[in-house]
Structure formats: structure tokens, C-alpha cells
Ligand binder design. Sequence first.
Ligand SMILES: [Zn+2]
Ligand SMILES: [Zn+2]
Length: 123
Amino acid sequence: MNYSRQRQIILESLRENAVHPGAEYLYDIVKKEEPNLSLATLYRNLNRLAGAGIIKKIEGLEESAHYDHNTHEHYHFLCTKCNKIFDVSSDVAPDLLQKTESQTGFKVESYDIIFKGICNECR
Ligand SMILES: [Zn+2]
Ligand SMILES: [Zn+2]
């Protein structure tokens, strides 16, 4: 199987599973379409896609990284009951990056802002 086809399937699976899956969750889904794909190959593809800025890798949530097809500025909400991750629009704090940069003089290259709590479904 060539790289572009693998990439296509991985991107589609990420888009259809908007809960920001981890690689192993994603692997179970992708494997249904591509039984020959190994977990190592999936990791390699995810890292390539993240390196190219096509998807976003979210680290520091749990032991393993999660992946996000949404690369626009936004924050995350982790439900501590169901472990799903939801997007939170950056509208809640629109000047956050700009203020951080102007107050510190630092150049922000990336950030991970994660709210934790109980989602609507679990409440
Ligand atoms: Zn929940
Ligand atoms: Zn997201």
C-alpha cells in the first residue's frame, strides 16, 4: 500500500472521529479498511502528517498522544469520565496568544490548553 493511500485513510478516519483519538483507537478503525497496516506504520504516518502541519499532535494528556485534524487555533476539553476530547473555540479568549507574546516578549510556537471536567453527555 502506498503512502498517499495510507495517508488518505488516516485523514478520513481522523475527520470522522472528532473525539481526537489516540493512535491505538485510530488503529482499530483504520485496520478495518487496511488489514495489512501495522501500528508502527500508523505511528510513522501520524508523525509525518503532524510534522507537515496537516494534523496536530496533542501531547501531555495521557501516556499516549492524541491526534487532531483541526489545526486552527483552538483549545481542548477533556472529559474525565468518558475520556473524550472536545474542541473549544478560541473565541473564549481571543487575545490569549497575542497577550502572552506582548507581555513576555516570547515567540509562541505551539501550545496545548486543556480544560478538564465532565462533558454534557456524562453530566
Ligand atoms: Zn464525557
Ligand atoms: Zn481539537
